[in-house]
Ligand binder design. Structure first.
Ligand SMILES: C[S@@+](CC[C@H](N)C(=O)[O-])C[C@H]1O[C@@H](n2cnc3c(N)ncnc32)[C@H](O)[C@@H]1O
Length: 310
């Protein structure tokens, strides 16, 4: 599964490795810190619970799961027309050939600048961000935004600049696959912080929890707004201890070190709890070629791991 939200740090490439280490038959599976929901969508379980504290992400995932593909795409096409945005999945590249800025490798940026900023400002003016109208616009914003990310300022306004891509065949495919898959599985989406009681309750009723928190030594967009600090990391590690004591199976993704920086709280915690919690640290072979924030560090060595307690 590839996420229709093109989430930075999404785990689609890692799924074949993860599946080898996940339990084979799962009743209730929790995808904690689900982001684009790649992991929960890719596994076989009786029930999948997606949890993230980003209300916009949860609302958008829910929204995209409500409609059939044809209904949704016809609404999106009306908006693409209204904002005069490029639509290479339908018209190919030829229609935009003249405007495609090859020299600066800016893709569709030139074609979409005016329409994108109009779309963004219309979205920001909508009061109810959970309305059908707002969420259709939000999906398009992600598709046309810089890096296909989702970022809001402190006043809740979407603030990414226009990007290079548009609604191309690849995005259509991901959207279609998502809609099909999400309708096939038994799943729910919950917005909440891992420290909330309601979330702990869900976790304690689960059979297996996969957690992909922001990385203490990461630099993705959600790290800017989620304020993931050493303190938060320790609270999260404390939660893992509670889960273990309640005989819950978990697997956690993280990066232990990269270019001279290392995650000390996590490394210390592993050393200290390895035997008691039956921790198993598996090295993951990852070349994050897709994520542009990592292109800068293409050849940088980082130690990406999956930590499990079974
Ligand atoms: C590494 S990303 C998850 C990527 C995801 N596994 C995927 O494949 O797309 C981390 C996620 O944690 C969420 N998050 C950050 N702080 C959180 C918190 N305190 N409680 C719950 N979710 C949080 C962010 O919104 C972000 O979506």
């Amino acid at each position: 599964m590839k996420t229709p939200l093109n989430y930075t740090g999404n785990k689609s490439r890692l799924m074949p490795q993860f599946i080898e280490h996940f339990p084979k038959q799962v009743g209730i599976f929790v995808d904690l810190f689900c982001g684009g929901a790649t992991v929960g969508l890719s596994i076989d379980a009786k029930k999948v619970i997606f949890i993230d504290n980003n209300l916009n992400v949860i609302n958008l995932l829910k929204h995209l799961s409500k409609y059939d593909f044809k209904t949704l795409i016809s609404r999106l096409e009306v908006l693409i027309e209204k904002y005069n945005l490029s639509y290479s999945a339908k018209y190919g590249y030829e229609k935009y050939r003249k405007e495609l800025d090859k020299r600066d490798n800016n893709g569709f940026k030139g074609c979409n600048t005016i329409g994108y900023y109009q779309l963004r400002s219309d979205f920001n003016l909508i009061e109810n961000k959970n309305s059908k109208e707002a969420l259709d616009l939000l999906y398009l914003l992600v598709v046309y935004a810089f890096n296909n990310d989702m970022r809001f300022n402190k006043s809740g306004e979407f603030n990414l600049p226009v990007g290079k891509t548009d609604l191309n065949k690849n995005n259509i495919e991901k959207l279609k696959n998502y809609i099909e898959r999400v309708k096939k599985i038994n799943c729910i989406f919950v917005c909440g912080d891992f420290r909330e009681e309601k979330i702990k309750k869900i976790l304690l009723e689960a059979d297996f929890i996969y957690a992909d928190p922001p990385y203490l030594i990461g630099n993705a967009v959600y790290n800017e707004t989620s304020n993931w600090t050493e303190e938060t990391e320790k609270e999260f590690l404390n939660l893992l201890e509670i889960l273990s004591k309640n005989n819950k199976k978990f697997a956690v993704s993280n990066v232990l070190s990269k270019v001279g920086v290392y995650n000390k709280p996590l490394s210390d915690w592993i050393l200290f709890n390895r035997l008691d919690l039956h921790l198993n640290v598996i090295d993951i072979d990852y070349h994050y070629r897709g994520a542009s924030y990592n292109k800068i560090n293409r050849d940088a060595k980082e130690r990406e791991v999956l930590i499990k307690n079974f």
